[in-house]
Design a protein around this ligand. Structure first.
Ligand code: PSU
Ligand code: MN
Length: 315
């Protein structure tokens, strides 16, 4: 099979492009990357694999090709088979891998579910510019003592991919997250709103640094940024649909409880985000899970429309 032009031959040897994804990239067609930590470490089974299949279908319905990304047996997988999705959703040996972990998983032939950061990297290696997820990582509350700042922010600063998310969960410090994005030169842009969204909630209390009113405008921003040689990513925040929203004042005590439970367990580092996601599902009796699935599907639709508009600008 021919290799799409942005892929270096040495990288191609480590990469398994799904034939459908390879065909789309070769013809300059729209492709949307999807991450896999959300499958392996972000939701319980079987909702995780149902979500993963459903999100791929949403991308297709909106005229783009889905490329779910993971590392399996040390191979960079861009576009997965149904069996591979099932494995990610069930196999307990699948590690959560961010950028720092990627070379080890590749070298030692392990299985890894990729975070926003490592998914961005692999998407960029494959020549994919648009990526849909649920929520991105950010600056954790208390980071002035723990230094816990997600590598998602570092990757947004350096890798040319647009990440469509529902904003940042208030398990994080949203204000500090926006400050770091500004320092790193990352446009944090809300689609159709002037307030930055807080994942389950449409409102966060923080003004959005930037706004666009359509996916076509978002695509023009990407085109302008990269034409100007402004390397790095864009965070496109897409507020959760109103009918799926859990208002911020209802979520606040649940999130406080999850954070207190985590502190009591003494969890730190990469375990914190998966723990908090799982605990919030328990505390809300599954309501947060329904909201999470709705917002990921919504982000996939928006990302597909951005990818379609961006591909048209490249012709
Ligand atoms: N936030 C969510 N859902 C998620 C994640 C974050 O609302 O599934 C996952 C994403 O894969 C994200 C990762 O990239 O957690 C961030 O982990 P950390 O905070 O350890 O960088
Ligand atoms: Mn961290």
């Amino acid at each position: 099979m021919s290799i799409p032009s942005p892929i270096r031959p040495q990288v191609a040897q480590l990469l398994d492009l799904h034939p459908e994804v390879a065909a789309a990239l070769l013809s300059g067609g729209p492709v949307v990357a999807l991450e896999s930590t959300i499958i392996s470490h972000g939701m319980p089974y079987p909702q995780n694999v149902e979500m993963a299949r459903g999100v791929e279908a949403v991308v297709r319905e909106h005229g783009a090709t889905p490329a779910t990304i993971a590392v399996l047996g040390g191979r960079l997988k861009v576009g997965l088979t149904p069996n591979e999705l099932e494995l990610l959703a069930t196999d307990k040996t699948v590690q959560k891998i961010s950028t720092r972990d990627l070379p080890v998983t590749v070298a030692l032939g392990g299985h890894g579910a990729t975070t926003v950061a490592s998914t961005m990297r692999i998407a960029a290696l494959a020549g994919i510019r648009v990526f849909a997820t649920g929520g991105t990582g950010g600056v954790h509350r208390g980071a002035h003592e723990t230094m816990d700042i997600s590598a998602d922010l570092t990757e947004l600063a350096r890798t040319d991919v647009c990440v469509v998310s529902a904003g940042v969960k208030s398990i994080l410090d949203i204000g500090l997250t926006l400050e770091v994005l500004e320092t790193q030169g990352v446009p944090a842009i809300t689609l159709g709103g002037t307030e930055f969204p807080a994942f389950y909630s449409r409102r966060s209390g923080f003004a959005s640094p930037l706004t666009v009113h359509s996916e076509a405008e978002a695509a023009r921003v990407l085109h302008a940024k990269w034409t100007l040689g402004l390397t790095g990513g864009v965070l496109l925040a897409n507020p959760i649909p109103e009918e799926a929203e859990i208002p911020a004042e209802e979520m606040a005590p649940q999130i406080e409880r999850a954070l207190a439970d985590m502190a009591a367990l003494g969890l730190t580092g990469k375990a914190t985000t998966p723990y908090l996601l799982g605990r919030i599902v328990e505390i809300t009796g599954g309501r947060s899970l329904a909201a999470n699935i709705a917002l990921v599907r919504h982000n996939a639709a928006v990302a597909a429309r951005v990818a379609v508009a961006y591909a048209a600008l490249q012709r």
